[in-house]
Structure formats: C-alpha cells, structure tokens
Design a protein around this ligand. Structure first.
Ligand code: GTP
Ligand code: MG
Length: 361
C-alpha cells in the first residue's frame, strides 16, 4: 500500500487498483481505455481477436430485434422475415469465414424502419433478458465494413464491443501524466502529477462471477466502483422485483464496502453511461421518479437527475463509512474523458493514501 515507485532495491512497487460493478456497468471499457492510453494503442492481436465477438454482437442484435418486433406485433417487411432465417442459421466460427450472405441479411434487416423502432423500444424497456445492447445500433450501422474481408476493428469498435468478462484480468501500467492528463497536468492536490506504477484489475460482474471478487481485496490501494446510470428503469436480473440500479448497483456497492479489508480503502464511484442516461431521460415520462419518488427536481434534466443519484449514494455511504469517496459522472467510451478521470482518480488515491500513512499534505 502507499507509495508507488521504486522500492529502493530496484524493484518497482505497484499500487493496486480494482474495478468492481455489476455485469455490463462498463468496467472492461475503463480497463480497455487505460490499456489504450498507457500503451498508446491496442496491439494487432487484440484488435484481431475482437473480430469474431463483434460479428457475434451483430448476429445477436438482429436476432433480438426480430424477436422484440414480433413481441410488439410490429409489421416487419417480408424480406426482413426471410433474412432473419439467414441470421438464425449463421454460426460465427472464424474471422476468415465468408460473411457475404450475412452482410446482405443484416443490411436488409437494419433498413426496416420497424426494426429501428424495436431498437428504441428495447432500450426503454425494463426487461433486461432480451434487451439489446445500447451500442448495437453503432455496429449494425457499420455492418457493411465489419462483414467485408480485411476488416480491422478501430479503437472505437473495441471500446463499444460487448463481451462479458470471466475471471480476473490485470494490467501493469505506468501512469504517465503526459499520456493521461491531456492538459490537466496538475492534480487535485495542486502538485504536478508524477509518474507512478499501477496494477489495474478487472473482474466479471455477472452474479456467478462475484463469488471470487474477495480474492482481489487484499492490499488494495484503491477501488473503482462502476454503476450504470441507465439501469434506473431496469429490473434486477437476479431479483425481478428489485430495481437494477438500486439492487445490482448501489446495494451491491454498499455490501462490498463493508468487507473488513476494504473499510479503509479509498473508493471512487463512477456513475457511468451518462450518454445513454441522457437519451433515456429525454424519452421517459416518469424519469428517475419511478425509483426515487422523493426527487422534486426537473425529471427531464439529466445532469440534475444524475447529481441527485450521486447525493443519494453519498448519504447512504456516509451511514457506514467515514472514508472520503470521490464521484465522477462518466461515459466510459469517451477516451479523453476517461483520461482525465483516471488522472484525477490516481491523484486522489495517492493523496488519501499519503494521509492514511500520516504524511502531511
Ligand atoms: N454508450 C456507452 N456505452 C458504454 C459505456 N460504458 C460501457 N459501455 C458499453 O456497455 C457494454 C458493456 O460494457 P463492459 O465494459 O463490457 O461492462 P462490464 O462491466 O465489463 O461487464 P462484465 O464484464 O459483464 O462484468 C459495452 O458494449 C460497452 O461498450 C458508456 O458510458 N456509454
Ligand atoms: Mg467486463
């Protein structure tokens, strides 16, 4: 714990940072951003191993959208129905396969206005089992490129890919303020950022993955808990009578923070997916009042709503813990924003750890 630099015997001491949060909250997207920033780009093998999962995202999205359209009795064009058979019989085994029939099918399906309507309906629905991913429209719109031989995923494609994490994955990196700061070279302590060494760990957030989280709790220097703001109108997948933001987000976080070896660990809370939250708030009549009936602000003002949720969480946390928590409203797919947020997180963790060690700052 504490300083993160040379230990004096030539070895590098790395401060440990852990990402936690429910499945789909955005942990791996933050992890990928740190890799992108620290290592200045994704290696070719990482790019290429994303091709099959991206194609699978497209196939899954088409299948779900046809299913949602049928459920809502939307009048799909007959050619959409015909092409949905191609989708159903598609197996994505290798990036080298011939995807020309799939490409034609996806283009026809995504061009059907009823399918686009199904996409909007699905984003606003509270049933999460068959819901599409919020970035599926991005991949469906570029299916032509993705399904053409020679396709190499861009940084944005890699960041927007949905792939559930299984197990724990760590990245050793050097925090170089020049790569992360983007003009914000002074930290909240007012000191110029120095380079420091970190290990960032990402874990799976689905319920069956959480049993092994505690294995990562020893000797932590900081915890980053990621919450998904657009979950405010979703049902918990594991407890259908509970709200997803409250049950799989806030309550899960409060429970984790009560672990004995985390009581003193600095925590940063990311209220993530703000871009999707903005869209949902604009489209919803009730907004966050459905889950926070005591909210009296403007239900159509996404910033005000997010700040209300932030203050609600601050109050809940303060009942249990006196350790300062920092909060950030984020969009994990935005590299510049995450560069800035990671700089601030690293600065605030270093500051809190110096205070814990009794160093005057
Ligand atoms: N538009 C948008 N998409 C996001 C944001 N954060 C994450 N995503 C997308 O949400 C999906 C899920 O994000 P992940 O980072 O894989 O979620 P996770 O927390 O690692 O999920 P598990 O591995 O299952 O625990 C991916 O498609 C991401 O691109 C965001 O702020 N805005
Ligand atoms: Mg993940």
């Amino acid at each position: 714990m504490g300083a993160c630099g040379s230990t004096g015997n030539g070895e590098i001491h790395r401060a440990k940072l852990l990402l936690l949060g429910a499945g789909g909250a955005g942990k791996s997207t933050i992890f990928k951003q740190v890799r992108l920033l620290a290592l200045e780009g994704f290696e070719d093998d990482i790019r290429m191993e994303c091709v099959v999962p991206i194609i699978q995202n497209i196939v899954d999205a088409c299948q779900k959208l046809v299913k949602i359209s049928l459920k809502h009795e939307l009048p799909l064009a007959s050619k959409t129905m015909n092409e949905s058979e191609v989708i159903r019989s598609t197996r994505v085994n290798s990036a080298e396969d011939d995807f020309s029939a799939l490409k034609d099918a996806v283009k026809i399906i995504w061009a059907d206005p009823q399918i686009k309507k199904a996409f909007s309906l699905s984003l606003g629905e509270s049933s999460s089992k068959d819901a599409v991913n919020a970035n599926d429209d991005f991949f469906l719109s570029k299916a032509d490129k993705v399904l053409t031989p020679g396709y190499v995923p861009t940084d944005e494609d890699i960041l927007k890919l949905r792939r559930s994490t299984s197990g724990a994955h760590s990245l050793d990196f050097k925090f170089d303020p020049k790569k992360f700061g983007k003009g914000h070279d002074k930290g909240i302590s007012g000191q110029k950022h120095k380079s420091s060494y970190w290990t960032l760990t990402d874990v799976g957030g689905q319920i069956h993955e959480r049993a092994t989280w505690y294995e990562e709790f020893a000797d932590l220097d900081g915890l980053v808990f990621v919450l998904s703001l657009p979950d405010f109108d979703q049902k918990s997948q594991d407890n259908r009578s509970a709200n997803k933001l409250v049950e799989d987000g806030i309550n899960l976080m409060l429970q984790v923070m009560r672990a004995d070896n985390l009581l003193e660990v600095p925590v940063c809370v990311l209220l993530n997916k703000f871009d999707i939250f903005v869209k949902k708030i604009a489209a919803s009549d009730e907004g966050i009042n459905a889950v926070f009936p005591e909210y009296k602000g403007n239900p159509k003002n996404a910033e005000e709503c997010a700040l209300y949720i932030e203050n609600f969480i601050r109050e809940e946390i303060s009942k249990d813990s006196k350790v300062t928590k920092s909060f950030y409203i984020t969009q994990a797919t935005d590299t510049d924003m995450i560069a800035n947020v990671i700089s601030k997180i690293i600065d605030s963790i270093a500051l809190q750890n110096m205070k814990r060690s009794g160093i005057d700052v």
